[in-house]
Ligand binder design. Structure first.
Ligand SMILES: NC(=O)c1ccc[n+]([C@@H]2O[C@H](COP(=O)([O-])OP(=O)(O)OC[C@H]3O[C@@H](n4cnc5c(N)ncnc54)[C@H](O)[C@@H]3O)[C@@H](O)[C@H]2O)c1
Length: 419
């Protein structure tokens, strides 16, 4: 294929990141953007014109998807990715999906089958797998530097209370206000699954006490914790959410049969520590260094948001569509994406059952899918009915009055932080 790939972006807030990469990328052309919030479209128009491009702008997805393009980046609501990914795939477009992959297990089945039936590329934009430190860990694990995984930890602590008005706009039904503790788990567990390439087989979940101030901001759920068992018996701990700490913490450690790797918990420059055992047991060597951007360093350096990670999901997606080896090697496929998401979905079922271990189904196997095809359990009343509708916290749901959302909306309009 000699022409540039024509790519559209659905969702122009987080989608700005992908828009910026596409505007710079030699193998792709940003052709269309869709967002119902028109000020974002005006920003895109201005940016595209500076690049000499005329990008088609849409407020409606149904119009956008008819546009002549090869692929779509989904940066819409985090609970609606599978629904729109399926629509895009059946409309003949390759898909790059922001986090999370799906809201329910039924959606996971539908998504996998859409990818299999269409044969198109689906890639999961879990950018935390491509941070300076995590991407280096992934590459070194693949080389066998620490042997086979036995234990790992992933941590994504981000207290969003201060920016809550700016990321929920005072909308009662915004997905961030309807989350439960374990849902947003792929920033913490995802990199560990990508690095090891192993499937999670069971999970035990926990919910930490919800912060009281979030009641004033329109949401009420605690930080989530998943203890995940992998197919080789290794155990992973994944923790994420709003705990008290500024700046937040994005850290990982991975133990293997021959050594370990861990990120520098409080240092700011993303250093990595690697221990490798030598010939004699309990004797080995440490290395400590700040990894460099190795792949397409020059372009990647222009898009270093989120710890150096924001360039790679889009870049590898493009390379994957073009059939290039680095795209095949480093994109996260639909099976791994769904495995990452299912850790949180099943962890919450464990929370609601007092910490009972839950099996995570292997949806690669078509026979396993049947039992989950209609599994709609979630906290979203538009999707789950009757007993399928789960409470948003295990600490007792609270009724948040409309005045709270009106106040948060005013804070957003006034450009003020959460209080
Ligand atoms: N990977 C990361 O580091 C990272 C960081 C921030 C957000 N995200 C992800 O990005 C996605 C979007 O989050 P966000 O922070 O941009 O906030 P958001 O979810 O509030 O924004 C989504 C945007 O999509 C638009 N949109 C949604 N549905 C639409 C529809 N049917 N028609 C037209 N427009 C529609 C909205 O108007 C909005 O501008 C989420 O999935 C989130 O998880 C990822």
């Amino acid at each position: 294929m000699s022409e540039k790939l024509k790519i559209g972006v659905f969702g122009g807030f987080r989608g700005q990141t992908m828009i910026d990469v596409l505007l710079d990328h030699p193998d792709a052309e940003l052709t269309a953007v869709c967002d119902k919030y028109t000020p974002l479209l005006s920003e895109v128009k201005e940016k595209a014109e500076k690049h000499g491009l005329n990008v088609a702008l849409y407020e409606s997805f149904d119009e956008f998807i008819k546009h002549d393009m090869d692929a779509v980046v989904l940066a819409n609501y985090a609970t609606e990715h599978a629904i729109y990914a399926v629509k895009c795939l059946y409309a003949g477009k390759h898909v790059l999906s922001e986090v999370l992959p799906c809201e329910t297990v039924a959606q996971a089945v539908e998504l996998i089958e859409a990818v299999e039936k269409t044969g198109l590329v689906y890639a999961y934009a879990e950018n935390y797998c491509y941070m300076l430190h995590t991407f280096e860990m992934w590459q070194r694990y693949k080389k066998g530097d620490i042997g086979t995984v036995t234990y790992g930890e992933g941590e994504y602590i981000h207290d969003c209370a201060g920016i809550w008005p700016q990321i929920t706009y005072g909308e009662r039904d915004h997905w961030r206000n309807n989350l439960y503790c374990n849902y947003y788990c792929t920033h913490s567990v995802g990199p560990l699954l990508a690095m090891t390439g192993l499937r999670p087989v069971s999970v035990v979940g926990f919910e930490c006490p919800p912060p009281e101030e979030m009641k004033r901001l329109g949401a009420y759920f605690g930080a989530g914790l998943e203890m995940v068992k992998l197919e080789n018996g290794a155990v992973l701990k994944s923790i994420h959410g709003h705990l008290k700490r500024e700046p937040g913490s994005v850290n990982y450690e991975l133990y293997g049969t021959k050594g370990s790797m861990e990120t520098g918990r409080v240092e700011g420059t993303q250093p990595l520590y690697v221990y490798r055992e030598g010939e004699q047991i309990c004797h080995g060597e440490w290395e400590s260094y700040t990894p460099e951007l190795k792949i397409e360093g020059e372009m990647a350096r222009n898009h270093v948001g989120h710890g150096g990670s924001d360039f790679y999901p889009t870049h590898f997606f493009i390379q994957r569509i073009l059939g290039r080896p680095e795209g095949k090697e480093w994109t996260i496929d639909v099976y791994t994406a769904v495995s990452m998401g299912l850790c949180g979905i099943f962890a919450y079922r464990s929370v609601l059952e007092g910490g009972k271990p839950m099996q995570i189904p292997d949806l690669r196997d078509p026979a396993v899918r049947e039992a989950y095809r209609h599994d709609n359990k979630c906290t979203n009343k538009a999707i789950a009915k009757g007993e399928d509708l789960l409470p948003k916290t295990s600490y007792g749901e609270v009724d948040i009055p409309d005045e709270v959302y009106a106040h948060v909306r005013q804070l957003w309009i006034d450009g003020k932080p959460g209080e």
